[in-house]
Design a protein around this ligand. Structure first.
Ligand SMILES: [Ca+2]
Ligand SMILES: [Ca+2]
Length: 495
């Protein structure tokens, strides 16, 4: 049985969004330039130098019916611009691109034509030399598989299928020392277009996807143990979820895994899932419901922010391709709206940058591809952290008319390490733009056994006036993540 292109079927009914404008909070979207070509089913890989490599995908301007996309492109956040890099050896759709421990990128599998057979080749990108080279062949030719970097530096490739009707349970390991692939234990069931994440204990969770003929979408999940090279079943999701190219799982800061969006249904009649989300707890092997998003976001993306929140962007609900985005808060398990994209999109890719901002690239905003998108957008993330003005003391009395020093503690929490803050970037005062610290020390200010940052500011530098009731602090971590915080003040000596 020859099967048609999954993505073009899935997105054949997408209509243009007339999304409502949602008031922007501190977070905003801005243009991140345009790739040289439009793409769907491409891959984005975060490089160790902070740039993002985009490979492959279906692009109408490429040869062989849009499948021979050899042009690879790199986004540089320091210039907010794209540049071409060397071409891949083969065009690839439905491939994987995995950053290795040494910074090289392993590109594997996919198809390079509207054909039944997949590409068995793999190749490596070396960012230091900007060159591509052929690596070892896969044990089985596959697309719609997953590839996950293991703790020991090997890469686990799992499942996938082809357009001759095969869906694979096979799995393979790439050894970066030899460049060779070998087979490992097979999954308990065949899966293609599933999602995979490496758990904090080093095992790999695989969930959902599309099963063997007659190709139902799956709710089941299983775990690979690198120590034994074997798979074992774990709890099933409440909803069947096929990624159909998009990743629908993300690892949370506390080690649990959030699942959202994806597609349900059968074979080439898959339909977008609704807004429900669910969470997997590796310690119990059980999935439980979490908050619902405002809309279904099949083909949307999930990104874990540096403060533990998750950003869901765009996607398709069966009627509309969305420009909206929303944030999941780990403290409440609920979603709330944030700023919207300039362009509605689905089947895009996203990556979190070194400074915590989120890059969103390509996809489609309308009926299939073409037309599809070359544009990229950047979500600027400011995370809210905890401060205590006059640590351990309340109310926080300040005499604006008297020379003095105000101590402010930047507190370490479960999702934020205050010692990562670059003290030279910190400003404090009435609007958070006034005073630089005159002194800082690292110590456990609040006695909870983690190290905090204690900063001192000259009162007369802060711009705090009689009657002010709050003060703000802004700054950046050493990797550039923007932070903000506020605490109450009570002015005295103002009579
Ligand atoms: Ca205080
Ligand atoms: Ca502390």
């Amino acid at each position: 049985m020859k099967r048609t292109n999954k993505l073009l079927i899935v997105f054949a009914a997408i209509s243009i969004s007339l999304a409502l404008a949602i008031p922007a909070a501190a977070q905003t979207w801005s243009s991140a330039g345009n790739m040289a070509i439009a793409r769907v089913e491409h891959r984005a890989t975060f490089l160790t130098d902070g740039r993002v490599l985009v490979t492959g995908g279906f692009s109408p301007s490429s040869g062989n019916g849009g499948y021979n996309t050899m042009l690879a492109e790199i986004y540089d956040p320091t210039t907010n611009a794209w540049s071409a890099t060397g071409s891949t050896v083969n065009g690839r759709v439905g491939h994987t691109a995995t950053r290795l421990a040494d910074g090289k990128v392993l590109v594997a599998g996919g198809i390079n034509g509207n054909i039944c057979a997949n590409d068995i080749t793999t190749e490596l990108y070396n960012p230091a030399t900007d060159t591509w080279s052929v690596s070892g062949n896969l044990p089985f030719a596959t697309y719609g598989h997953t590839a996950t970097l293991l703790v020991d530096g090997r890469v686990l490739l799992a499942g996938g299928g082809n357009r001759c009707g095969a869906v694979f349970s096979s799995a393979a390991l790439f050894d970066p020392a030899t460049g060779a692939w070998s087979t490992t234990g097979s999954m308990t069931t065949g899966r293609e277009w599933h999602s995979a994440v490496r758990l904090s204990d080093g095992r790999v969770l695989v969930a959902g996807g599309e099963g063997v003929s007659p190709f139902p979408t799956l709710s089941s999940a299983e775990i690979y143990d690198p120590a034994s090279g074997t798979w074992s079943p774990t709890g099933s999701m409440a909803t069947t979820r096929c990624g159909c190219s998009a990743e629908f799982l993300t690892l949370l800061a506390d080690g649990r895994v959030l699942a959202a969006a994806g597609f349900s249904g059968m074979a080439n009649n898959v339909v977008p899932n609704g807004p429900s989300t669910e969470i997997y707890d590796p310690s119990t092997g059980v999935w439980t419901a979490s908050g619902s998003m405002s809309v279904g976001r099949a083909g949307g993306t999930l990104s874990l922010l540096n403060d533990g929140r998750v950003l869901a962007v765009g996607g398709y609900d069966g009627t509309t391709t969305h420009s909206s985005a929303e944030l999941w808060d780990p403290s409440t398990g609920t979603w709330s709206s944030t700023a919207s994209l300039a362009t509605a999109r689905s089947a895009h890719v996203s990556r979190v940058l070194a400074d915590g901002n989120v890059l969103v690239v390509g996809g489609t905003d309308s009926a299939g591809c073409p037309p599809c998108l070359s544009s990229a957008e950047l979500y600027s993330v400011v995370i809210t952290v905890d401060i205590d003005i006059k640590p351990g003391i309340f109310p926080n009395t300040i005499n604006p008319r008297k020379k003095g020093v105000i101590p402010v503690a930047l507190l370490t929490t479960g999702t934020f390490d205050a010692t990562t803050v670059d003290s030279t970037t910190v400003l404090f005062g009435a609007t958070g733009t006034e005073a630089s610290p005159v002194k800082f020390t690292l110590k456990d200010v609040d006695g909870d056994a983690d190290t905090d940052m204690l900063l001192h500011f000259n009162t007369q530098d802060t711009g705090i006036q009689c009657g002010d009731t709050s003060a703000l602090l802004t700054g950046e971590t050493v990797s550039g993540q923007a932070i903000e915080a506020s605490d109450s003040v009570q002015t005295v000596g103002c009579k």
